[in-house]
Design a protein around this ligand. Structure first.
Ligand code: GDP
Ligand code: MN
Length: 385
């Protein structure tokens, strides 16, 4: 029988380590949060949530990153909120700016006009710097060189289930490289030429199609009402094959830094950067990471943390302790939350599984499909894309 390549690491609550247990395996890992001083309240909520659901047992360090100097208040308040080490790092100015060859005034004019097109955040210069930073410079930051693994968090996110095992250690043990929770489609107007540039680089380096890549690139027989017309026109490679716009939502990531610091990814980033697309368009770091993962990794290196309850903005994943083995079906059918249920996926989840999860389901199924034996059917899934 075929093996499920990406089952949850554990389907029930584990015994978390006791504080004096120094013998348990630990990973060389840290949480990372890029944040502005004025986002202290939201950052505190996220830290309180991850501490309560996970880090009070595991005490991993949290590295806070900022492009500006930290305020006393941020450092004092946050230092009191963490159970491990808190580090407050300032990103070097030359790693949070336009590429050296680019004329800033030219770029600013483009950013201004993108703002008039009502593309989300595209009129904000800092947002472009943020996306460029998270796409490339983040990984080579000297403050992170000592770590092998990172878990990205953001202000105003929420974790709903107890995480009673160590995701870093489990990923290491199972040879995983990239872990995600939610998958969504990108707004087509943010990145008209991204997919083309990505696939050009892929061809130039003679990279063979992985299973992941094949599922990210939509087969052309999908009928047109189910795709964005703009994606149909713009997001194509040299052969005319379209990208579905589906990507892992990068506000949550648990991943191996060595992959992103490696030659292939860094060379890809340098190429993308040289095209100017982080400024002349509004390329997000999420589709950049996702297309790179899909291009360079085998499907069994990617892990869907379907047992974690997680929210960013209005979109969330709630495993709702779905019975073992039935998560795919229940994701589509919105199984009701049952806090009493034992032996399900997820541990002591405090979220309502009858509401929206993994919205829109299409992208989750698309990006998860190559790692599961049973391909989920499209019936019952929101046909939003
Ligand atoms: P969204 O998730 O795409 O809606 O964008 P966010 O506003 O949440 O930004 C993504 C992440 O980058 C969050 O962790 C923000 O705190 C952080 N961020 C965005 N812009 C800046 C900035 O100019 N400076 C700093 N220090 N952090 C930023
Ligand atoms: Mn955010």
């Amino acid at each position: 029988p075929k093996q499920d390549l990406d089952a949850p690491f554990y389907t029930t609550c584990q015994e978390p380590p006791s504080p004096d247990d120094t013998s348990r395996p630990r990973a060389n890992a840290a949480f990372v949060m890029l944040v502005r001083n004025k986002e202290l309240d939201g950052a505190l909520k996220s830290v309180a949530s991850i501490e309560r659901k996970f880090n009070r047992w595991f005490h991993y360090p949290i590295v806070f990153l900022n492009n500006e100097p930290w305020t006393e208040e941020f450092i004092t308040v946050m230092s009191a909120a963490v159970s491990g080490e808190a580090r407050f790092e300032v990103i070097p100015a030359d790693e949070w700016t336009f590429p050296a060859w680019m004329d800033p005034e030219d770029a600013r004019a483009s950013i201004k006009s993108q703002g008039q097109w009502m593309i989300k955040f595209a009129g904000l210069e800092t947002y472009h710097h943020m996306c460029r930073f998270y796409s490339g410079k983040f990984y080579t930051l000297s403050a992170l060189q000592e770590y092998k693994w990172y878990w990205r968090i953001e202000p105003d996110v929420e974790f709903y289930c107890d995480i009673t095992y160590d995701p870093f250690v489990e990923m290491e043990k199972r040879g995983k490289v990239y872990g995600f929770t939610i998958a969504v489609p990108e707004g087509p107007r943010t990145c008209p030429s991204l997919f083309r540039q990505m696939s050009d680089w892929k061809e130039a380096h003679k990279i063979k199609d992985t299973e992941m890549w094949k599922t990210m690139v939509s087969p052309s027989w999908v009928p047109w009402p189910f795709r964005s017309l703009l994606a149909w026109v713009w997001h194509r490679d040299r052969n005319g094959d379209p990208w579905s716009l589906c990507h892992y939502w990068s506000n949550f990531e648990i991943a191996n830094l060595e992959f992103f610091r490696g030659r292939a990814y860094q060379n890809l980033f340098e190429y993308l950067d040289s095209t100017g697309g982080f400024y002349y368009e509004r390329w997000g770091d999420a589709p950049v990471h996702s297309l790179a993962v899909g291009m360079l990794l085998d499907a069994d290196k990617v892990h869907h943390f379907e047992d974690l309850g997680y929210r960013h903005d209005y979109w969330y994943q709630c495993p709702a302790n779905a019975p073992d083995g039935q998560l795919i079906e229940s994701t589509a059918l919105n199984a009701p939350y049952d806090s009493e249920r034992e032996g399900g996926i997820g541990c002591r989840c405090e979220c309502d599984g009858s509401k929206n999860r993994n919205w829109p389901g299409y992208c989750l199924q698309k990006l998860k499909a190559p790692t599961v034996t049973k391909r989920p059917s499209l019936v019952g899934m929101p046909l939003t894309w």
